[in-house]
Design a protein around this ligand. Structure first.
Ligand SMILES: N[C@@H](CCC(=O)N[C@@H](CS)C(=O)NCC(=O)O)C(=O)O
Length: 201
């Protein structure tokens, strides 16, 4: 059996990184294929939904959609609870992260700075604290489902990282400060030995 391949862009944030982290924590050797935009242009039409990440395993057609990849890796490698209901609860928070991205992404494309500021400030005082409060209420602690790290934790960690680093213009670094369980979850992911090892490579 040849090594599986995770194809994405060379970006340490966003969806591909969630899958790379899951594979690394699971101890699955994989080809970490990182495309530049020219390479992607020639491959886009072959991706199942015309987007990345795509996970490729010998003997199977390519698998797309981040949450589907994470769900498969999570259930195969102990990064999701075995109990179906608890597993679905984890998947629900992963879906909510995609909703978060859907709210944030349009502001990336706004060219006018004043307009961008307005859109981002509205998110910082409206959607973002509302979303974080909803997530906070569902965290068992330290991880989403309790003592064991899961793909849902990886997704929460990656998706909040830019805001927590203070690198998203007009969204304050302190946006998630009122949510101690969310911050503790992110700190626990960051301190996980495999996550430390991934970023030390
Ligand atoms: N729903 C998809 C969204 C995938 C997606 O939008 N991927 C972006 C990168 S994060 C992409 O491939 N952009 C390039 C393109 O659409 O051509 C998922 O969760 O995987």
């Amino acid at each position: 059996m040849t090594t599986p391949t995770l194809t994405y862009f060379d970006i340490p944030t966003s969806r591909g990184e969630e899958c790379r982290l899951a594979l690394f924590i699971a101890g699955v050797p994989f080809t970490d294929e990182r495309l530049n935009h020219e390479q992607w242009a020639t491959r886009k039409s072959t991706a199942p939904f015309g987007a990345l990440p795509v996970f490729t395993m010998e003997g199977r057609p390519p698998l797309a959609q981040t949450n589907a990849i994470l769900r498969m890796l999570g259930s195969q490698h102990g990064l999701l609870p075995v109990d179906a209901w608890e597993s679905a609860r984890h998947e629900a928070v992963m879906c909510s992260v995609e909703e978060l991205r859907a709210k944030l992404s349009p502001s990336l494309r706004i060219k006018d700075l004043a307009e961008k500021r307005l859109a981002r400030e509205a998110l910082a005082t409206g959607f973002l604290p509302e979303w974080a409060g909803q997530v906070e209420a569902q965290i068992v602690g330290p991880f989403f489902g309790g003592a064991a790290i899961s793909v849902a934790d990886l997704k929460l960690f990656v998706s909040t990282s830019a805001i927590l680093k203070g690198v998203v213009d007009f969204i304050p670094q302190a946006t998630f400060d009122p949510f101690p369980k969310l911050l503790a979850l992110i700190a626990a992911v960051k301190a996980h030995p495999k996550v430390v090892a991934w970023y030390a490579r």
